[in-house]
Design a protein around this ligand. Structure first.
Ligand SMILES: C[S@@+](CC[C@H](N)C(=O)[O-])C[C@H]1O[C@@H](n2cnc3c(N)ncnc32)[C@H](O)[C@@H]1O
Length: 274
């Protein structure tokens, strides 16, 4: 198992933890909606709000086939299919995340439109031009081979298909404070700068139609999250379920990383030319 999967896999038993937390909070699995899972399964800065932006940017229709590179616990995939009735294939390096993502889709009645498989985002094994759209959300930070990642997205996308990248980028404020929610130290963290992204995506063949920097909103999101936790206590289940107690320090570091412009959050909407 790679260092990256070990980092995310945590102590194991994640599905049992989520299940018991929901039971203790009196939430009935049979009536769960994807939004109820957002505090744990939308594992990126600005959570479900960012996934709603991705739905818009991808321009999906019922039946669109979407690839999610680095699908995690499947929150973005379920949000997309809940709102558009598209079909999503998620590929993720961490086996436990794929198992839990599959179970959470079952709980929310979305198993027929989401599928999660273990694999590397730089080499999915999916057929050429088999997807109408693709996305990758807070994943490239762990991937050194960015040309390989974007080339794979380009290969599986049909001509005319859209690709959305929403990632954490290196800011101009200096080295990142660790630990962060994707790495304990720099050995598994590979942040591109916005300037590099503007070269990497076209080099893979994509045309970029929009670049939106949401760093100010991201800082506000973390500050509000921290304030809410201080005021009301943590929600029943959070990213701490798999990141452990270090999540508190990671969140504190993220506030500093954003405030000091050491990281940026940026969304690129691209397409594979016809
Ligand atoms: C911060 S989480 C984001 C998960 C999901 N995209 C979301 O937004 O909820 C990063 C995910 O990337 C996955 N990952 C990291 N490197 C990967 C690779 N080379 N191939 C596939 N998945 C990878 C990790 O296993 C983890 O699930």
């Amino acid at each position: 198992m790679s260092e990256v999967s070990r980092f995310y896999g945590g102590p194991g038993g994640l599905l049992a933890t989520i299940s018991s937390v929901f039971a203790a909070a009196g939430l009935d699995r049979a009536t769960l909606r994807p939004a109820d899972l957002a505090p744990v399964d939308e594992f990126h800065i600005r959570g479900r709000a960012a996934s709603l932006e991705i739905v818009e940017a991808l321009g999906l229709t019922p039946g669109s086939r979407v690839l999610d590179l680095g699908s995690g616990l499947g929150g973005p995939a379920r949000t997309l299919t809940e709102l558009t009735s598209c079909t999503v294939v998620g590929v993720d390096l961490t086996p436990e995340f794929c198992e839990v993502a599959t179970a959470l889709s079952d709980w929310t009645g979305l198993s027929d439109r989401t599928r999660f498989q273990v694999g590397d985002a730089t080499n999915t094994g999916l057929p050429d031009a088999s997807m109408d759209a693709a996305m990758t959300v807070h994943v490239a930070m762990n991937i050194a081979d960015k040309p390989g990642l974007y080339a794979e997205a380009f290969r599986v996308l049909r001509p005319g298909g859209r690709f959305v990248v929403y990632d954490v980028l290196q800011g101009e404020g200096g080295a990142v404070h660790y630990p962060v929610p994707w790495a304990t130290d720099p050995s598994t963290s590979f942040l591109a700068t916005p300037e590099e992204m503007r070269e990497l995506l076209p080099a893979a063949g994509f045309e970029i139609s929009a670049e939106v920097d949401s760093s100010d909103e991201s800082l506000a999101w973390f500050q509000q999250l921290r304030a809410r936790i201080q005021h009301d206590g943590p929600p029943p289940v959070t990213f701490a379920a798999f990141l452990g107690d270090a999540f508190g320090q990671m969140a504190t570091n993220q506030v500093a990383n954003l405030a000091e412009r050491r990281i940026r959050t940026v969304m690129y909407t691209c397409s594979r030319p016809l």
